[in-house]
Each structure stands twice: as structure tokens, then as C-alpha cells.
Design a binder for this molecule. Structure first.
Ligand code: AMP
Ligand code: MG
Length: 349
């Protein structure tokens, strides 16, 4: 079957590609275009056009309270989206932009309510892919762009992933191959003192603190806050997010696998050598992501592969609880559940 949404191949650094000109015209007319960034593929709409932004929420099935990140082609346009530009924003923008860092700041009148879910703050960033910036420049307006997947599904790191989830629901997909970073941006709230990470990502608290010269609070652990507080602070902290279609459970290092019926076909994801306690598993697919950079780049692709493999259960053996694995662990905590504990033995009567 031919896809209903056209997919156009494009070189990541070609600002004059015909597909880019077509995409910019669609966006200016209020359309939806999926485009590559260094983190994941984004689903872009003109951030200054409330009707266009409403189509993002519809296409994704995203709750209207979940704010969208606004993408700019450089710091000048980013500054027009916010009403305050503190010294810290200038320092971080100089150091990390273009790159996977979203800054949350008070919003300017350029950004309509629908983008921020009614909040008086907006998240802005400058993506580190030439065609993404060239696209924004051609449109001449900031682009609201969440990940180009159905709400609560795994984020797309390839154009095929976008097509699988959103074919027929959006106007165009620009395909520049797999994304280089592979996990969503770090979201940093600069309206709180000290600055606070709302969503862990490729740039960690230590890197931010080193550049700012002040401490930065790490993200509140997704499991340490009541659900309502989590959603209010930053919907990206919701416990269930980024989930594969196949049931997926996680095992912390040292935990034995639960009893699994013989007919269950298991896809296993490990982060380093196979732990002895997992030796009894006979997975139909095994994926090893040995270091944080590789894991970040290919985690979502791996989950997509597990879904496509026909396995009936995904078992993820978690990487160690170490800062270098924080963003990967964070996404895995939302993509998987903890196995049910075995029933306690009945006391003899
Ligand atoms: P996504 O667009 O799917 O990558 O998710 C964007 C995430 O960024 C949201 O779910 C929030 O966690 C966070 N975010 C964006 N804008 C704001 C904001 N104004 N305030 C707090 N968090 C935000
Ligand atoms: Mg998303």
C-alpha cells in the first residue's frame, strides 16, 4: 500500500532542497510537517497559528494540557518567543545551542495559549540539524514541534517510525535518516531558583551547573511525586509515556526474571554483558546497548524493533543507577512496568 502522507528524502544539511521549499509552504499555510532534529523526529506546525497547533494535538491524540516545545532557527527568534531573557538563558544558549536543551521561560504574546496548555511559560530550543533550522528560517516563524508519534507511543528516530504512527494524519514527512542523539531534549526550568530539570535528557545537571556556575536541581524522580503534581509540573514526567505496544517489564540489576510460560516469545534488551541470572531466558530477539551514548541513540529504534519482531513480551534489564544512564533509565521507567511480585505462599492452617 502506498503511504497517504508523502515522505521526501532530504540531505540533513541542504538548505535549498526542493522538499524543504514544499514543506515551508505547507507550514505557512497551517499544515503539519514531520521533520528531523538531532533528538527525535518532530511534528511541526506554525507556533503562532492556533488552528495549525490544534491539528498537532488532534493528529497525536495528545491531551491539550501537555505543552509543546517551540523550535527556533537561532537565539534571536527564540528570544521573540519569551518575555524575559535572563543572563542564565544567554549563557546556556551560547554554550548548548544549537542542541538538545529546552529552556522554559515566561512566554511572549507571540505564543498562543494552545502551545503552552494555558501556562504563562514556554519551552524553547534551537535544534542541531541544518535542515530543521533552514525550514524554520524559510517559514519565518517558530515551529511548535512535539515528537512525531501518537501520544504515549515511542518517539520516532526514523521517518519510517513517523509513517507507521501518523500516516494519513499529517501533510508531509521529511526523511534525513536516523537521528543522531535519539532521546528527547533536556527540559530546564529557568523560572525557578535554582534552575530545575523538568525532564532529564542528553545534557545532564552537572554539565548545566558547570556552565552556569550555580547548582541545578535534577529532575524530580517520576516515581517520587503524586501523579497530579507530576502532570502539573511537566507532563513529560508522567509515569506512563513513550511505551511500546508490546507489554514490557523491567528488571533492576540483580533481580531474577519472573516465571514465564514456555510459549511466550521474549525480546530481551540488555545494557552490557548478559547477567547470569538471565541465563535461563531463551529470547527470540536480544539487543545489547553497551554504553550510554549508543543506548541513547538507538533505544527507541530498539523498542520499535521489539514491537515489529512479533515478540509477546519485552524484558528490559535496566542499566545501573548512575548519572551517565539517567536519561535512558528515565525513559525506560516510563516505557515499562515492574513485574507483579509472586503471590505470598498461603500460611498452612
Ligand atoms: P514533547 O514535545 O513530547 O517532547 O514533550 C514536551 C515536554 O516538554 C512536555 O511534556 C513537558 O514535560 C515539557 N515542557 C514543554 N513546555 C513546558 C512548559 N512551558 N512548562 C513545563 N514543561 C514544559
Ligand atoms: Mg513526545
Amino acid at each position: 500500500m502506498t503511504p497517504a502522507t508523502p515522505i521526501r528524502s532530504i540531505a540533513p544539511d541542504d538548505p535549498d532542497a526542493p522538499a524543504l521549499i514544499e514543506a515551508a509552504a505547507m507550514l505557512r499555510a497551517g499544515g503539519l510537517v514531520a521533520f528531523p532534529t538531532e533528538t527525535v523526529y518532530g511534528l511541526g506546525a506554525d507556533a503562532t497559528n492556533p488552528e495549525a497547533v490544534a491539528r498537532i494535538f488532534l493528529a497525536k491524540g495528545r491531551p491539550s494540557t501537555n505543552p509543546l516545545i517551540v523550535h527556533a532557527d537561532g537565539p534571536d527568534l527564540a528570544r521573540r518567543c519569551v518575555s524575559v531573557w535572563p543572563e542564565a538563558a544567554e549563557t546556556l544558549a551560547r554554550h548548548f545551542w544549537p542542541g538538545p536543551l529546552t529552556l522554559v521561560l515566561p512566554r511572549s504574546p507571540l505564543i498562543p495559549d494552545i502551545v503552552t496548555g494555558g501556562r504563562d511559560t514556554v519551552g524553547v530550543r534551537v535544534p542541531d540539524v541544518g535542515v530543521a533550522r533552514a525550514l524554520i528560517e524559510r517559514v519565518g516563524r517558530p515551529l511548535a514541534a512535539p515528537s512525531a508519534n501518537r501520544s504515549n507511543r515511542i518517539s520516532p528516530t526514523r521517518a519510517e517510525h513517523v509513517s507507521r504512527d501518523l500516516d494519513g494524519r499529517i501533510d508531509l514527512i521529511l526523511d534525513a535518516g536516523p537521528t543522531a542523539v535519539g532521546l528527547e531534549s533536556t527540559v530546564l526550568d529557568l523560572t525557578s531558583k535554582p534552575p530545575r530539570i523538568l525532564r532529564p535528557g542528553p545534557i545532564d545537571a552537572d554539565q548545566l551547573a558547570a556552565v552556569l556556575g550555580v547548582p541545578v536541581l535534577s529532575s524530580v524522580s517520576s516515581e517520587s511525586l503524586p501523579l497530579a503534581d507530576r502532570a502539573a509540573a511537566s507532563p513529560g514526567l508522567m509515569a506512563i509515556h513513550y511505551a511500546p505496544r508490546t507489554p514490557a517489564i523491567r528488571l533492576e540489576p540483580g533481580s531474577p526474571p519472573p516465571a514465564i510460560p514456555a510459549e511466550t516469545s521474549v525480546a530481551l534488551i540488555v545494557f552490557g554483558p548478559l547477567a547470569p541470572e538471565l541465563g535461563s531466558l531463551r529470547p527470540s530477539l536480544r539487543i545489547d546497548l553497551p554504553d550510554p551514548a549508543r543506548a541513547s541513540r538507538t533505544l527507541y529504534d530498539s523498542l520499535h524493533c521489539c514491537d515489529a519482531s512479533g515478540a509477546s513480551l519485552i524484558i528490559v534489564r535496566m542499566p545501573p543507577d548512575h548519572p551517565s544512564w539517567a536519561a535512558v533509565r528515565d525513559r525506560l521507567q516510563r516505557a515499562t512496568t515492574v513485574p507483579e511480585p509472586p503471590l505470598p505462599a498461603r500460611p498452612l492452617t
